[in-house]
Design a protein. Structure first.
Length: 110
């Protein structure tokens, strides 16, 4: 699965491309097998991305509605970003998590 996400910092909207592959394991957990996040090559600005990574969060229950009997668990990843922006003589930086993505490809920004 491929998708694009955007992170807003100051006056900048930074696009990232995301590739995700997931699979069901023996314990009925839909795990993230492959996750790749990169800054969109077309994005050119004063933003310097220093670090972009993800930390996996253990499998947890997720239900679509209150009546479902589905016991499948889903792994998620927290996407972390470190960047710097230089505007004239001023420097701005950001370091922290920007969102979560589940093994189903559902992205929620922070």
């Amino acid at each position: 699965m491929k998708r694009s996400i955007k992170f807003k910092f100051r006056d900048y909207e930074i696009p990232f491309n995301l590739a995700l592959l997931s699979g069901l394991d023996k314990e009925s957990c839909n795990r993230i097998v492959y996750l790749k996040i990169v800054k969109d090559e077309k994005f050119v600005s004063k933003v310097d991305v220093l670090n972009l990574d993800a930390n996996l969060v253990p499998c947890a229950m997720e239900f679509q509605d209150g009546e479902t009997k589905d016991t499948t668990k889903y792994e998620a990843a927290v996407i972390n970003l470190e960047l710097k922006v230089k505007e004239g003589i001023k420097k701005y930086d950001f370091k922290g998590s920007i969102g979560n993505i589940t093994s189903l490809g559902v992205y929620k920004n922070h």
